[in-house]
Design a protein around this ligand. Structure first.
Ligand code: FAD
Length: 117
């Protein structure tokens, strides 16, 4: 029996989910309105309730409780999310991502066009 990502496994789901989350953070307004701040907070609260990987979800929820989301603006949200992702990277023994490069990775794209170097 060969796995062909149907249905998505934890890795595929994770990779695609991080793409959505980091891209959402990168396109979050630089000066959000109160309503936008509230709905982003609500989104992440719901996300951590419904993410379809129970052990990922439980740890993420706990991490969010210890490190509350910062929806002040694009920069604070992107930084917060980068740190949350790094927490998961640490748990999985993956290397830490340099959070100063978060906009290069998820918004502008690096000069050499290679996102994972
Ligand atoms: P990914 O970690 O999916 O990263 C994708 C790309 O994001 C990378 O190639 C890199 O360019 C970029 N990136 C990496 N780190 C950062 C960062 N800190 N900030 C910004 N960009 C970054 N898997 C488990 O086995 N156990 C878990 O408990 C678990 N919890 C998860 C919780 C959440 C909320 C999510 C969304 C996923 C979780 N996963 C978990 C999946 C895991 O994080 C990876 O997505 C999966 O292992 C695939 O890894 P990857 O090497 O393709 O890169």
């Amino acid at each position: 029996w060969k796995r062909n990502n149907c249905p998505a496994d934890v890795k595929t789901l994770g990779r695609h989910t991080w793409t959505l989350l980091h891209t959402m953070a990168a396109y979050y307004p630089e000066k959000p309105e109160k309503k936008q701040q509230e709905s982003m907070k609500t989104f992440f609260e719901s996300f951590s309730e419904h993410y379809p990987c129970w052990f990922c979800k439980n740890d993420f929820k706990q991490d969010m409780a210890e490190n509350p989301i910062d929806v002040t603006n694009r920069e604070t949200l992107s930084e917060w999310l980068c740190r949350r992702h790094n927490k998961v990277n640490e748990k999985l023994g993956k290397k830490q991502f340099d959070c100063t490069k978060v906009f290069e990775r998820w918004l502008t794209g690096p000069a050499n066009g290679k996102c994972d170097e």
